[in-house]
Design a binder for this molecule. Structure first.
Ligand code: HSE
Length: 400
């Protein structure tokens, strides 16, 4: 029997407990061994819990118990979660987490500690919730050089944008509905300003290209400035607006960005609606591979965690394929040099727009909206100084 502990009995932590109890039979059958929960760490009282004897308040109880082999970290944040994760890895225990903030900011250091103590540090649940993303990348696509990664990585913003697209809601009205439906937090800043997506694309980029990416270097724009007019004009031109995390590698240089983008209807990413997420990897041999499913939620995220526990249970050691090294210096492409087509809305006259941007495509049925030719960010900035621009959104280019 494999003994585990869960640190943090919130939504996801309790989901892990429930899966390990509800699906104990199939898990044991597939693994050839049972998985038991010996402790649950939480500072709160759970007097009415059917297994209240499992609860402890001191992380040392878990760290010092030699029977516990695998510890789940579903505490969130980077203070206690960081301290306790280090403690467990140093005690030689493997750790499974859904904590994207911790993995994206401290992953490199935690992998090193895991390596020193021959323990695993696994994070399938940190990106794409229940969608298998990390192991397909590391295992099934291992024969490829990954050229690009992109995805709709945040359920809350995708729900809001879908409401704006399908029901013509304003951003504020759609956000309110997302909060009422329990999708968006009371303080939705990390979701709507793109921070949550930054953490997820930082993890995927580091894993795909092999070295750490500082979250702070990734230019990020959220969806707070997207208007219902933007959404309907984009729709008339054949595009859905999505908050995209994307990255690519060119030679030894990498780039990652989070921003809303116009995605053409013919691209499967445009059809990813509501709280669903999708991740697309572009491999040099396989081409584009898209993984789709529930990017958040209790059972979906806990499903990914239990999958990691079962993976570790078979091979409980540090596996360098699930880690990355230090950031390489001077390898991050200058955002000003990246190139896009741009969707814009402007009150300036057609002549002024043409004078500023040259050949543009005006959108039928939206007198103030047009799409430019491809140009660099720096060029677009400079040309844009000549006219009044109320909206500027990058256009996603489908590449194979
Ligand atoms: N707030 C996140 C989302 C939860 O909406 O996708 C999962 O990371």
């Amino acid at each position: 029997m494999i003994k585990t502990a869960v640190m943090g009995y919130g939504v996801v932590g309790s989901g892990v407990y429930e899966i390990l109890r509800k699906n104990a039979d199939v898990i044991a059958k597939r693994l050839g061994e049972e998985i038991d929960i010996k402790y649950i760490l939480d500072i709160r009282e759970f007097e009415n819990h059917p297994e209240k004897e499992l609860f402890v308040k001191d992380a040392n109880v878990i760290a010092e118990d030699k029977e516990v082999e695998i510890v789940v970290e579903t505490m969130g944040g980077v203070t206690f979660a960081y301290e306790f994760t280090k403690k467990m890895l140093m005690a030689g225990k493997s750790v499974v987490t859904s904590n994207k903030e911790l993995v994206s900011t401290k992953g490199t250091e935690l992998f090193e500690i895991a390596r020193e103590h021959n323990a695993a540090y696994m994070f399938e649940a940190a990106v794409g919730g229940g969608i298998p993303v990390i192991r397909p990348l590391v295992n099934c696509l291992a024969a490829n050089r990954i050229k690009a990664v992109c995805g709709i990585l945040n359920g809350t913003t995708n729900y809001i944008l879908t409401k704006m697209f399908k029901e013509n809601r304003s951003f504020d009205a759609a956000l309110k509905e997302a909060q009422e439906s329990g999708y968006a937090e009371k303080n939705p800043a990390a979701d709507v300003e793109g921070t949550d997506t930054v953490r997820k694309i930082a993890i995927l980029t580091a894993l795909a290209f092999g070295s750490n990416i500082d979250d702070n270097k990734i230019p990020a724009e959220g969806i707070t400035k997207i208007t219902s007019e933007d959404v309907s004009c984009a729709a008339k031109a054949g595009y859905a607006i999505k908050l995209m995390g994307s990255s690519f590698i060119e030679g030894d240089k990498v780039f990652a960005r989070v921003c809303p983008m116009l995605v053409p209807y013919e691209c499967p990413l445009a059809g990813v609606e509501d709280v669903f997420n999708a991740v697309q990897f572009t491999g040099d041999m396989v081409g584009n591979v898209m993984l789709y499913g529930r990017g958040a939620g209790k059972s979906a995220t806990a499903s990914a965690i239990v999958g990691d526990i079962m993976h570790i249970a078979k091979r409980n050691e540090f596996d360098p394929r699930f880690a990355w090294g230090e950031e390489r210096e001077n390898t991050f492409i200058d955002p000003a040099d990246t190139r896009y087509k741009y969707f814009m809305r402007s009150e300036s006259s057609e002549e002024e727009i043409k004078e500023a941007f040259g050949c543009v495509k005006f959108i039928e049925g939206c007198s103030d909206a047009f799409i430019t030719e491809e140009m660099s960010e720096a060029e677009c900035e400079k040309k844009g100084e000549k006219i009044d621009i109320s909206s500027k959104i990058r256009v996603y280019e489908v590449k194979e």
